[in-house]
Design a protein around this ligand. Structure first.
Ligand SMILES: [Ca+2]
Length: 173
């Protein structure tokens, strides 16, 4: 019997390993299956962007881990309007987090939609990302819905092509 409970405990620990938040509050997550970025100049870029919506009536904290093709966590300058990672319509934004294995963290107000972009460097890079969320004092089972795309830009304001990056099959998570 003791072995059985130890096994259950091990399963619980393994099951929680993919999420950055502690137990006790509502939380969830999803994988962004495709990230592609390249930023040679304003007229030669591939820019991935992700809309993330809080579908609940209270604030949600979101953390995203962007991994490059070598598996390294992407971090940035701490500012929403500059650098590689940028955020719009989000609060408490930070993309230079110490002590937490995340690329970017921010809050989304009730029913708000935030917008995250990766501008990258002159070298093409690619990978994937994981979105985790947490809502304090809550028992909701899903909190977010998200959708991504990649823009290929060939002049300052011209998109040459764009393709969709479905996240969690378009379902809330
Ligand atoms: Ca930034």
């Amino acid at each position: 019997m003791k072995k059985f409970f130890i096994s259950l405990l091990a399963l619980a620990i393994i099951g929680n390993a993919g999420n950055l938040f502690a137990a006790g509050d509502a939380r969830g997550g999803a994988v962004i299956p495709h990230v592609l970025y390249r930023n040679v100049s304003a007229s030669e870029r591939m820019v991935p962007a992700y809309f993330i919506s809080n579908i609940t009536a209270a604030t949600i904290t979101v953390r995203i881990r962007f991994y490059d093709k070598a598996g390294a966590l992407i971090t940035d300058d701490g500012v929403a309007t500059s650098g590689t990672i940028r955020g719009t319509n989000v609060s408490s934004y930070d993309d230079n987090i110490t002590g937490t294995p995340a690329s970017v963290e921010f809050d989304l107000g009730a029913n708000d939609t935030g917008f995250i972009q990766l501008l990258g460097t002159s070298t093409t890079d690619y990978g994937y990302a994981v979105i985790d969320w947490e809502q304090l004092d809550s028992d909701v089972t899903v909190g977010l819905v998200a959708h991504g795309y990649v823009d290929s830009i060939i002049s300052a304001d011209t998109t040459y092509w764009r393709y969709a990056i479905p996240i969690n099959g378009g379902l809330p998570f």
